[in-house]
Design a protein around this ligand. Structure first.
Ligand SMILES: Nc1ncnc2c1ncn2[C@@H]1O[C@H](COP(=O)(O)OP(=O)(O)OP(=O)(O)O)[C@@H](O)[C@H]1O
Ligand SMILES: [Mg+2]
Length: 429
């Protein structure tokens, strides 16, 4: 039976469909409104219809389920409604085809944990800049292994983050395809519209969204200016561990979320950020082992007030008590309003801080991407911050800055629990 999907690829889309069919991994960097989302959905649906495999599964994945529904579900329905015998499940955001194939829209809301255990014959990651650093390696790649499925990454740049890494990698990796289309090359967005957008947007925003410039700063990025300054001054460089000094740690602790740890050493008045670690869905013993394996000589371990809540391990103890049993005696940081913490975090970057470029790569990416929400109606950045993969590292950095302020100028509220080797928890541990 001949099925004609209600989609005629534009000439550039037609070229891309051919390339996607020939490569297992593709990275497509395209300007806004290129037609990326519609193109890849048509590609997935065509493959699903034509598949001769048993129970073929195709997936469209983006940062959240809500976003998947907003940007892709209407396109899916429009494309699929001409297929005889098709069933559309709006609750599951799933299209079931008569040949047993399925196309499903998924969100990586929880870092992609709900995607584990699913196999895929082919999938698309849309708006890759919004996805977490570990999603591809820990969740997506294993989904493709059973059936040697393919993966297409698409999006618009947002700084030198994960998407940029894959873009660079695709240049030399065998079997990978990459292509970039900028708005001034494709002619898809009319010239007058491009000029109007340019007039209404900052240079960085325009260069990023329409000219696919990876080096443009993320619009609304909170620490962009400070990081650019210290980069210029050569303070993001090789910053080795000094075995003659203690290492302090600064934690952002998540339960179903990521936990992030910043490792610092005080060298005179300077702060050396020598290392960073982030993982998710692990309990405190896992992180205690990480600290031990790093082999540093530790000083103070700092954590925010939520360390006092009951641990998720089911012991009935607080996280602080569990940590104490693992020889991590947390100092509880004072609760500061977010904006005060952000102010401290900015100042701390400027104030004699050095970052190790290699060990702190992921932390620096978080800090560069951490940004305020844009309000298109009022054409301004709101005070609220976009929560995504960058939040954990940025929060841990904020706590690190608060910890420095406390120990340097003593203007903060007094510590609630004395730092000492005395076991405040008595004989229970
Ligand atoms: N082949 C095509 N024929 C006609 N219209 C198309 C085609 N491809 C895309 N469009 C239209 O172009 C517009 C943008 O498409 P789409 O949402 O897929 O772009 P995008 O690159 O994902 O945009 P964004 O960057 O905003 O996510 C939509 O109105 C869509 O219907
Ligand atoms: Mg899109």
């Amino acid at each position: 039976m001949d099925i004609q999907l209600p989609y005629t690829p534009r000439p550039l889309q037609a070229v891309l469909h051919q390339e996607l069919a020939q490569h297992r991994f593709s990275v497509l960097v395209m300007h806004r409104r290129f037609g990326k989302t519609l193109m890849v959905l048509a590609h997935l649906l065509r493959d699903a219809v034509m598949s001769k495999r048993k129970n073929p599964r195709y997936h469209y994945i983006t940062a959240s389920r809500v976003m998947a529904k907003q940007v892709a579900w209407d396109y899916c329905k429009m494309l699929a409604e001409v297929i005889p015998g098709v069933r559309m499940n709006e609750t599951e955001l799933r299209i079931d085809l008569p040949n047993g194939a399925r196309l499903q829209l998924l969100g990586a809301d929880d870092g992609g944990d709900r995607l584990r255990g699913i196999y895929s014959d082919g999938l698309v990651l849309d708006e890759v800049s919004l996805l977490s650093e570990t999603l591809f390696t820990q969740v997506i790649r294993p989904m493709l292994s059973d059936r040697q499925g393919y993966c297409v990454m698409i999006g618009t740049p947002a700084g030198h983050n994960l998407f940029y890494d894959y873009w660079c990698m695709a240049e030399s990796e065998p079997g990978w395809y990459r292509k970039m289309y900028k708005a001034d090359e494709t002619g898809i967005v009319p010239q007058e519209e491009l000029e109007a957008a340019k007039a209404a947007m900052s240079d960085d925003a325009y260069n990023q969204e329409f000219l696919c410039d990876f080096s443009a700063a993320t619009p609304g990025a909170i620490f962009a200016k400070e990081l650019a300054e210290i980069e210029e001054q050569g303070r993001i460089t090789k910053v080795p561990y000094d075995p003659g000094l203690r290492v302090d740690t600064h934690w952002d602790i998540g339960v179903s979320d990521a936990t992030a740890i910043v490792f610092t050493q005080k060298v005179g008045r300077a702060l050396h950020v020598i290392d960073y670690f982030e993982s998710r869905n692990e309990a405190l013993p896992f992180y205690a082992r990480v600290l031990e394996e790093k082999g540093y000589l530790y000083g103070t371990h700092n954590a925010p007030h939520d360390i006092e809540v009951t641990d998720w391990s089911g012991t009935g103890k607080t996280r602080r008590e569990v940590a104490y049993g693992l020889d991590i005696n947390f100092r509880v940081l004072p609760k500061l309003p977010l904006e005060d913490g952000l102010h401290a975090a900015k100042l701390q970057i400027k104030k004699g801080t050095w970052f190790d470029r290699e060990n702190c790569h992921q932390l620096l990416e978080c800090l560069r991407f951490y940004h305020r929400r844009y309000d298109p109606k009022n054409r301004m950045f709101r005070t609220s911050i976009v929560r995504n993969w960058a939040t954990h590292g940025a929060d841990a950095w904020r706590y690190c800055a608060i910890a420095q302020r406390e120990s340097f100028d003593g203007q903060m509220p007094p510590q609630r629990i004395a730092e000492s080797d005395y076991n405040p928890l008595g004989a229970q541990i």
